[in-house]
Each structure stands twice: as C-alpha cells, then as structure tokens.
Design a protein around this ligand. Structure first.
Ligand SMILES: C[S@@+](CC[C@H](N)C(=O)[O-])C[C@H]1O[C@@H](n2cnc3c(N)ncnc32)[C@H](O)[C@@H]1O
Length: 352
C-alpha cells in the first residue's frame, strides 16, 4: 500500500462517533498516522497483512504483558480515568520508536477481534429472517468465527440500554416500530476459521483482549463475562481451514435443515477473487438447498459480492451494511449497523 493510503487507513481506524468515544485512541491513531516508523513497520509486511489495527493491538499487547511504561497508562484508560490524550499518544509512539524489533516480531499476527456485541445485531437479523421464512430450527455456521463467541444468539441477553450486567449485549434500534422476533432453535452451531482461537488458551485470550480498545471498559468487561458464561452454553463444533472449502464441505454434509451462514468483518479480509468465489459458492448452494446468508461487513464489500445498490445514506457515518441472501430471495439490503453492534437500523423487514 502507498504510504499516504497507509496513513489514511490508520487515521480512519475509528469512525467519527468512535473518535468521540475513544479520545486517547483517536489521539494515538492520529499520531501513528504521521509517524515514519509506524508507516515503515506496517509498510514492510505483505499487503494483506497491512491492517492498521494490528499496530494498536501489538502496542496494547505490550501493555497487557506488563511493560513498565505502557501498563499503567493503559490501565488508567481502562479504569476510565481522565488522562492527557496527547501525552498518552506521545508516550506510546515513543515506545514504538524504541521497541521496533519487538513490534516487528508481532506483525505476522492477525487482528481477529471476536466482538460478541455483534451478536446483538446478528440475533436480530437471524430471528427476523427465520420468522419471515418460517424456520423454527436452524443450523448456524459462523464463517470467520475467531473464538466462536458469536455462535450463541439464543443464549445471550440483549438489551436497549445497559442493565448493569457485564454479559448483557447492548444495542439500540434506530428504526421506529421495529419488532424483534424470537431466535429459532439452533440444533447445530459450527464455527469456521482459518486460525481458530480457543477460549481455554490464555495466549489466545490475551491476544483477543489486546485487539479490544482499552477505553471501552464495558467491552472489556463484556468479553470477560462472556468467557465466564461459555462453559454453561451448548458446545459448538469447530472447523479449521479456509472458509470457502470448509463451507462447501459443510453444505454437502448437513442434512435438509436450513443452514444460516453468518459473517461479520470477515469478507473484508478476503481478496477480491475470494469474494467472487464466495458469492459463487452461495449462489450454487442456494439453488440446491435451503440456506440463508447474513453478511455484516464494510459497505465497500458489496462491490464484489453482487449486493444491491443502496440509495439511502446510512443513519450514521462509518456504518456497516447488513445484507441477507437466501434460497428464497436474492441479496436484500436489510439495514445498517454500528461496526460493533451498538445500534442498527432496519430498511426491510417488519415495521409494525
Ligand atoms: C476481524 S475477525 C472477525 C471475527 C468475528 N467474525 C467477529 O465478528 O468478531 C476476522 C476473522 O476471519 C477469519 N478469516 C479471515 N479470512 C478467512 C478465510 N479465508 N477463511 C477462514 N477464516 C478467515 C480470521 O482468521 C479472523 O478470525
């Protein structure tokens, strides 16, 4: 990637509303986007690996591992203490400039955040589509599942506002009159990922925590609370490998039951060719069997996925697009949502 594109990618990691929510990370992304060493480091890896959030996660990981300078700073962010955000950004950038080889050594990692609050939106879409199509029982396949935390739409509690329980997912519906439906019975839940993470591996848990944004205390608490709840929830099955090959195999193996395929912030990591191949796979199987594909991705992904043009502007900047494609219906823009599921709007489906 050209240097100015890398700089812009770093500058735009946080959407405008997230910049307000995360002032220290906003200052840090602004400082990193102007820092030669940060740009050199990111520019030195393979283009597919040039994900600017990787730098944030690597620096956060150093703090979680106990670096004497970074740890107290990140801990105060996590406690919600008011700190000098410019000074925070300067200190972190200074750390990066003096630990270049340590940062470089982590650059082959993948930012595979597993944001469970996305389930607040995914559960809503799954229920809405299942009600419309009359599906009472489904097999759920989370494609690019990371640790598999989004495989429990039937187990989580979802609320409009924070109820004080850290495990509760919180999302606000911006469309007046939308009625949430019941989540269908999930008879099988399967997670697919080329790099599966395990909730019982402390290193995997540490890395996922590093991928979280420390100022969002609630998000960190939710992650811990969901990990604590996991042993009480049904055990999912996992398949390790590339999404296209694994999903093809699953669709051949699974019986007649409707298969709901979900992907959130996964197709973004595919090449254009992979996205075209993914779409072809969906079209091949939706002609042969009952599938529902729910895509929760950056709006630009639609270009290679044959998604319909969306004339209306998103309700807020930086929104992600939710598109539903099924054996019953070609791709339909279902609505918009915050990248971490803090809110959603519904452009199709029931508005009672
Ligand atoms: C940013 S994470 C998102 C995880 C999860 N879907 C969520 O919403 O929190 C992207 C995940 O997609 C996986 N992934 C990316 N490309 C893949 C591919 N071609 N096949 C399988 N998994 C893939 C990565 O390993 C990673 O776990």
């Amino acid at each position: 990637m050209e240097r100015e594109f890398l700089a812009a990618a770093i500058r735009h990691i946080l959407s405008p509303e997230d910049q307000l929510r995360h002032p220290a990370y906003a200052a840090l992304t602004a400082a990193l986007s102007e820092n030669q060493m940060a740009l050199d480091l990111l520019g030195s890896v393979d283009e597919r690996q040039q994900n600017p959030t990787l730098l944030l996660a690597i620096l956060h990981l150093a703090a979680l591992r106990g670096d004497e300078t970074l740890t107290p700073l990140y801990e105060s962010l996590n406690r919600g203490e008011i700190i000098d955000t410019e000074a925070f950004a300067r200190t972190v950038v200074h750390y990066l400039e003096h630990h270049v080889e340590a940062v470089r050594a982590e650059l082959d990692r993948m930012t595979q955040t597993n944001e469970v609050n996305r389930t607040a939106v995914l559960a809503t879409v799954i229920s809405d589509v299942a009600r419309q199509l009359g599906h009472d029982e489904i097999t759920l396949v989370d494609v690019g599942c990371s640790m598999g935390l989004n495989l429990f739409p039937d187990q989580v509690t979802i609320a409009k506002t924070d109820d004080g329980n850290p495990a509760t997912l919180v999302t606000q519906c911006l469309s007046e009159g939308f009625v949430r439906s019941r989540v269908p019975r999930i008879t099988r839940r399967i997670g697919v990922d080329q790099n599966l993470l395990s909730a019982s591996d402390p290193e995997d848990v540490l890395w996922l925590k590093a991928c979280l944004w420390p100022e969002e205390r609630r998000r960190v608490q939710r992650f811990d609370a969901i990990l604590a709840a996991l042993p009480n929830w049904p055990k999912p099955e996992f398949r390790s490998g590339d999404a296209i090959g694994q999903v093809r195999q699953l669709l051949e193996e699974i019986g007649d039951e409707p298969v709901y395929l979900i992907n959130s912030w996964v197709l973004y990591y595919f090449t254009d060719e992979d996205r075209v191949a993914w779409r072809a796979l969906i079209d091949e199987y939706r002609a042969k069997r009952t599938i529902v594909w729910i895509s929760f991705e950056h709006e630009l992904m639609g270009l290679t996925l044959k998604f319909p043009h969306v004339p209306e502007p998103a309700p807020r900047k930086g929104a992600n697009q939710v598109v539903v494609t099924s054996s019953a219906q070609d791709s339909t823009h279902w609505g918009w949502c915050h990248p971490h599921g803090h809110w959603f709007s519904v452009d199709s489906g029931p508005k009672a």
